[in-house]
Design a protein around this ligand. Structure first.
Ligand SMILES: Nc1ncnc2c1ncn2[C@@H]1O[C@H](COP(=O)(O)OP(=O)(O)O)[C@@H](O)[C@H]1O
Ligand SMILES: [Mg+2]
Length: 328
């Protein structure tokens, strides 16, 4: 690894170089490779949650198809760059209409984050796609298919990227741990896999952040560090907060909750999410559960609209206290 690679974020440093480095997406890799082999590549749409390998896969696939000719044959555009469809149109026009002197076959245009485009821009894009289909293939990448216009959807063969299975993340993370000479405790590893929720980008970012917190590079990353780096509350802290809300008087509970939040640097919204997750493991009367979840969801909504922190955290305590009265 050269020096400049040392300074790269790990998500770039460990970006898959070939299709074989793209984990957990065997079926899609297989189908797309087959299209290429049979020389009938359609326009493609890759959609699904972030960090599942959409960009990595199309870049690796293009490398496989074009090899050293990649630069001449592939145009990568990011639709969320704030430049408007006219700029995109001109770039595509210029790229698609230059003659291919050295090679046969299709040119490929990758349009990343296409669901950030307005409907008008998508309609313009549809016409562009039609115009250049003769010698060009498009690969559209998006998080949500429902944000794309039907006209655009109907012109592409769709592939849905699922959140990555735990074992795919586990294998990739294990490789990185060896290459980075980094050690994780068993609990830390389990927490990392669980908290990544199928998002490899998140897993790698958290790993890199947790390495940076180590004073001694040979030390093990602990479970606490993983929770801190991901900004998620530790289940034990949620238990402590809940217990205080249930057993202590109001002021003590308020004090305890705030202390935990300050010490652990938790946003109220993380705490609410943590409580909801922890409650899944509690045995409760149905009415209690319904009451709690409805009211907590109101608080979450209020927070997302910019509700006052102190008022909302008081509300959390109030909701927990009053809902649990239904248990009695
Ligand atoms: N399926 C995967 N296999 C291996 N690495 C992956 C995978 N998905 C994501 N990554 C890692 O996460 C980073 C971001 O992936 P990316 O392909 O940009 O995701 P997306 O485009 O789906 O948001 C990549 O650089 C790579 O390191
Ligand atoms: Mg991407």
């Amino acid at each position: 690894m050269n020096r400049s690679a040392e300074n790269l974020p790990w998500i770039e440093k460990y970006r898959p170089q070939t299709l074989d480095d793209v984990y957990g997406q065997r079926e899609i890799v297989g189908t797309v490779r087959k299209f290429v082999k049979e020389g009938r590549l359609p326009h493609l749409l890759f959609y699904g949650p972030p960090g599942t390998g959409k960009t990595s896969m199309i870049v690796a696939l293009s490398r496989e198809i074009y090899g050293t000719n990649y630069r001449n044959m592939v145009l990568e555009l990011n639709a969320s760059d704030d430049r408007g469809i006219d700029v995109v149109r001109n770039q595509i026009k210029e790229f698609a209409s230059t003659r291919q002197i050295f090679s046969k076959g299709f040119k490929l245009i990758i349009l990343d984050e296409a669901d950030a485009m307005t409907n008008a821009a998508q309609n313009a894009l549809r016409r562009i796609i039609e115009k250049y289909t003769k010698n060009t293939r498009f690969c559209i990448l998006a998080n949500y298919a429902h944000k794309l216009t039907p006209a655009l959807l109907s012109r592409c063969t769709r592939f849905r990227f699922q959140p990555l299975p735990t074992d795919a993340i586990e294998k990739r993370v294990n490789k990185v741990l060896i290459l980075e000479n980094l050690k994780l405790s068993r609990e830390a590893f389990t927490a990392l896999l669980r908290l990544s929720k199928g998002d490899m980008r998140r897993a790698l970012n958290v790993l890199q952040a947790s390495k940076a917190t180590l004073d001694d590079p040979d030390a093990e990353v602990t479970e606490d560090t993983i929770y801190e780096c991901i900004g998620a509350p530790h289940p034990q802290d949620i238990e402590t907060a809940l217990e205080s809300m249930l057993k202590d008087d109001w002021s003590t509970a308020f004090f305890t909750v705030n202390k935990i939040r300050t010490l652990k640097g938790l946003a109220l919204i993380d705490l609410v999410e943590g409580i909801v997750e922890t409650l899944e493991g509690y045995e409760l009367k149905p009415e209690t559960r319904v009451e709690l979840l409805c009211k907590l969801s109101d608080i979450e909504y209020a927070m997302s609209k910019g509700g006052n922190d102190k008022v909302q955290s008081s509300a959390v305590i109030g909701v927990v206290k009053s809902s649990f009265e239904l248990e009695a």
